[in-house]
Design a protein around this ligand. Structure first.
Ligand SMILES: [Zn+2]
Length: 383
């Protein structure tokens, strides 16, 4: 692993996608764009996202997830046995149509941006999930690279649509076995290729504790969620730990937030990470990448022996936080954690769903630059 300074600055993953790239993603999905043409547009977008992070002073860079339509459903293209289903198609097949309609009514993401990666056959890696993204980025930067991957819990939960899946897998647990295998295979390939940091995104873990299993976010496949949030959290811990077991030589992390699909803070979930701590403590990853830049996140919880990727700027607001405010936030965290265990990042990605970026690239860059400036000031105090 490449050496890092104190308070390494990084992003959570996604970067806003340009209108040209959004059109290209949509046309590729409809098979109206040749793969080489898509790659040409996406390569340019990745390099722009990379240069913006480098200019902002990031110590660890990502490819901005420019080739993905969002952080998890992109796997449908890469895996055998997974098909993107529109909400209308899902409504057609689910038995509990009333329950599904109720969930659709409470959803506050544009339904057009949701296509659920549904398991319809035995799943297997047809092509790498992110190795190609990593290899491209590696050719264009000497900086340490973080690769975000959807976590095994969100993937299993999204892919498991009983009516479509049960003829292949008897249970969600059985599907989970193959999801673990696929992600582990990818993680080993990324380590082999020299990736510095693999981040697994598991945003819905908070939903389990804040809503007691009552879905009100974008995870429509949560129809499959068990009634008991504690059992779901146990399942999530088990899946994540099986993916990362013995995965030395590469930093691993889990990102958990409260949703990042709307600029209206009121619609996003609220609550402290505290109820999750007993589960977070048992995750066999080095780092927890958590949001702390909004009052919705409550007070900081330090999890023993783990690094914290501290969210210090809000990816959804137009105002750029001042370096002073960021330094003050970090100083507060330093009361609970040593400097060696603190990384600095925004609360979540700047892009999330391709069709609804959370911010403009210039603001994203300015926010990361403010974080870098704060890190520089903090480093002069901690050597
Ligand atoms: Zn997030």
């Amino acid at each position: 692993m490449r050496k890092l300074p104190l308070f390494p600055v990084t992003s959570v993953g996604s970067w806003p996608r340009s209108p040209e790239l959004q059109r290209a993603l949509a046309r590729k999905q409809r098979q109206q764009l040749a793969p080489e043409e898509f790659d040409r547009i996406a390569d340019t977008a990745v390099l722009e996202a990379l240069r913006a992070q480098e200019a902002a002073g990031c110590d660890i860079v990502t490819d901005g997830e420019q080739r993905r339509d969002n952080f998890y459903s992109f796997v449908a293209e890469k895996l055998e046995g997974v098909r993107l289903m529109s909400l209308a198609e899902m409504l057609d097949i689910v038995e509990d149509k009333e329950g599904f309609r109720r969930i659709l009514d409470t959803l506050d993401v544009p339904a057009f941006s949701i296509h659920n990666p549904t398991c319809v056959g035995k799943i297997r890696r047809r092509e790498p999930l992110a190795l190609d993204e990593y290899n491209f980025l590696r050719q264009h930067t000497d900086k340490p690279i973080k690769v975000p991957l959807p976590g095994p819990y969100i993937l299993t939960r999204a892919m498991w649509v009983k009516e479509a899946t049960r003829s292949v897998y008897a249970s969600k647990e059985e599907l989970g076995e193959d999801v673990v295998a696929v992600l582990r295979e990818e993680a080993l390939a990324l380590r082999e290729a020299g990736a510095d940091f693999i981040q697994f995104d598991e945003p819905v873990l908070t939903e389990l504790v804040f809503t007691q299993g009552q879905t009100r976010t974008f995870m429509c496949a949560a129809l499959a969620a068990r009634k008991d949030p504690a059992a779901e959290l146990e399942f999530a811990v088990e899946l994540i730990n099986r993916v990362v077991q013995g995965l030395d030589g590469v930093r691993t992390g889990v990102h958990i937030c409260r949703g990042n699909w709307s600029q209206n803070e009121e619609t996003l979930l609220r609550g402290s990470y505290q109820p999750l701590v007993p589960y977070l403590e048992r995750l066999q990853v080095q780092q927890l990448v958590l949001e702390y830049a909004t009052p919705r996140a409550g007070t900081l919880v330090a999890v023993a022996h783990k690094e914290l990727g501290l969210g210090v700027v809000n990816p959804r607001t137009p105002e750029v936080e001042s370096p002073e405010a960021i330094v003050a936030r970090v100083r507060e965290a330093l009361r609970q954690l040593p400097a060696e265990r603190l990384f600095l990042n925004p609360d979540c990605g700047f892009g999330t769903f391709a069709s609804r970026p959370m911010n403009a690239p210039a603001i994203a860059q300015a926010k990361l630059a403010a974080v870098s400036e704060a890190a520089t000031r903090l480093r002069s105090e901690h050597r």
